[in-house]
Unconditional design. Sequence first.
Length: 299
Amino acid sequence: MGWILDIFVVLIIGYVIYSNAKRGFNKVIAFGVGYLVMTILASVIASAAAPAFYDGVARDSNINALMTANDHVQFEKVFAQAINAQNYGFTASENSVKRVLEKYDQGSFDDRLYQYVRSNTADIGVGKAQFSQLMLDTFIECYGKELGERVPEYVIASFTKNAKEDPEIARDIMRTYYDTRKSNYDRAEMIEKQFSESATTEVLQIFMYLILFSMFMVLAAVIATMLQNKIFFNITRGADRVMGGIVGLLEAGSLLVLLTLIVRLIVVLGAGKFMFFNDDDLNNSFIFSILYRNLRILL
């Protein structure tokens, strides 16, 4: 997919520059400036409005969904099942695992579960690192499943990616979950800040940009049409075409920003599961990857 997007980038740049050069500087300057101004304006407004819109509309909905997930998750059950599936020579009960997990202030949950298993068998037959990885994978699968029934796919993808990269995330969540000083709202709020806020705000920002860009470009086209016959620079025909091509770079830049944001929106909403529309494939492209990696500068 990366090479296809690279071709799109080249075609967009080539066509827009050729088209503008053919029409000439005097006819395209108003449109070029309009594209540039409206692109910047849409970006600035979307960047400022998206966080406020998230706080005012989406945040509470996400927290309520996370609170519901926290009410339904049964960590002691899934951890007991995971331990028993390893056939360590004893049966871990849900109540005993729950008592271990409730000691949130006595080390990480995977360390405590390891000591619990060791205390119930002479030889666990597995290293501590391997056991911890098993518990971390169990946590990600268990909690991810609960989230999957209540939050958007991109929030689950953010949770899974970050939890796999940083084991301390799972430990922090488990510590907070069993901390009796924390309310269910406190737990949900912590998780929302880690996985939901950034991803949801990005989606809102891109949506706002696309809507604003479309609206502004209609306005810019109307104004440019009114001005294009009233603006005239006394330059040679050759200079007129060369400068028209340069103005085309402005329009091409705006269109490439638009293309990059649309692709990013597909990646986020699809949680990277759509064929070719994932970070790894896109970052392996030759030209488009430059735009994709610098998305925060574009938006």
